[in-house]
Design a protein. Sequence first.
Length: 635
Amino acid sequence: MEYYDPRTHHFIADPETDPFGDGTPDFNDLEKASQPLILSASGWRKVFAADGDDESTATSISPADRVIAGAAALVLAEYLGSKTGDGRVVICTACDSRPTGPVLMDIMHRVFLALDAYIEPLFIAAAPEAMASVKLDERVDGFAYISASHNPIGHNGLKFGGADGAVFGGAQSAELIDRFRTVLADPDTIGRIVTLARSVSAARYSELLERIPACKQQSLQRYSAFTRRVVSGSFGPQHRKEADFFEALGRTLENHPVGILGELNGSARGASIDEEFLRWAGFIVEMHNDTPGDVVHRIVPEGESLDLCRFLLENARRENPAFSLGYVPDNDGDRGNIVYYSTVGKKAVPIDAQQVFALAVLAELAFQDYQEAETGADLKKAVVVNGPTSMRIERIASAFSAFVFRAEVGEANVVGLAEKLREKGYAVRILGEGSNGGNITHPATVRDPLNTLFSLVKLTAFQGPGSPYNFYDRWSRLSGTAAGDPSGFGLDEVIASLPSFITTSAYEPEAIMRIRTTDHARLKANYEKIFLEEWEIRRDNLREEYGIHSWREINYEGIEAREGFGPSFRSGNEKGGLKIIFSDSSGEDTDFLWMRGSGTEPVFRVLADCAGRDRSRHDRLLEWHRDMINQADSH
């Protein structure tokens, strides 16, 4: 059965179809299907394609996986119902453009309806769109977003969140996972899910399907309005400030046109506001592979996945020299890695994920600095990042008198920490995970490539004494690194002005290790013991060769960062990130080594971050780090 019409982006499930017409699984089937599930605050994921292939484009899933999807719907509906008081809930549903998304949505819709939940169905929607729509809809209690983010196309999964449009983290995520595991361990679950899914009448399901176009249109309108407020920094009733920003941008783009090319790789962004919104703002726009499901290369927007965008941007540049930016999103569209045309190199080049985030932080802190000067406010500014984000962020933040706080990997963690800091009086406009690229700009609660693009434009479009935001003046004055003629200060010059750090890319081979042990507590204890021995052996060499004089350890769990050595500074299953930070003779931090077991993939991630431009320094420290981890794994 087909579930998707690519011409209209409409869900075309047959209300008359029995979702378990090809049979029901037994409990052994369910147990086997549940084993590969990865459950974390970042999402619940596995290969759902029926043939089990990571890169499968199959649209079908097994009966056991249908039960798993139904069980997830059951758990979310009951959890939200327990919070509303009367048990009745309103749930927003959406998915990215993976082949298995519609069949997972079909089962979940049926279970939600059987439990008397009211559904706001968006079908294919970019994650930032769906979450903005939830945030602005006062009726919605929570959402279910079907996606496996950057994982290969045969994978799929779920992200759950509340009325604030943020993915559940911390205690909420842990409670949902515990409930889900309990339900899957119950042999009666199969019969319960099958009965619920079959109980929904064709008429009731038809009514739901008929509401999708109207719900989707309303979602797009909400998302567009929300994006205008985020980009312009105007929250609440400050509509004039929003208008001022876009009027100034429009005037700038009339005099100095900017072309943006989107290579959407068949992602959910093809069913969102991208082209229309960018054109409205005054950009020249060209879109490619913008039909959802038209996936032409691997989903993760890194490395070779950016080659097509580079090629297309260079072609567009030959036709119109205004084209300077390109972006490639992942399948759910919350991340968009950037390609730009280098006027120095005369070619299109990708920007490293850590650099993209650093540029966004620089842009938004400068913008916040402008707003502070304009209003006379005296803000206690902060930036929230994850553990493996490069320390260049601290250098950038210090130029704007902003504090940097760090949380565990996972958007839910950085969003949660930012909210806690706002309760303490901090102004947190920009946050995110530098190790993954992209940025979260308040009041958004998820990364968004549109926000990233506008951050980059703020760096290059508003320059010189006559412009309202005058980024060039602010950054050169505060950092002392920018120089030259402001009219020629483009992305090449901005990138060159960033504090120099060499950081392991999250997707290079050296960033991933296959670890035999599943006991992270033992591995970390072994690593600490080995590190102490190695430090005594290498300390003189590290001091003489790299100027490293001291070190300290930090462990990240949820929104907590605990400085200290040993297991007493960790808790639970010890699957958070562990970092060793090195400092020079003056106490300034210069390098760090970081490691963490992935919450969404069966791998162990490692990273080194080193000040300066010495690639050999980074490579040798990373090699040492990997060697100590291998030793710890073998003990």
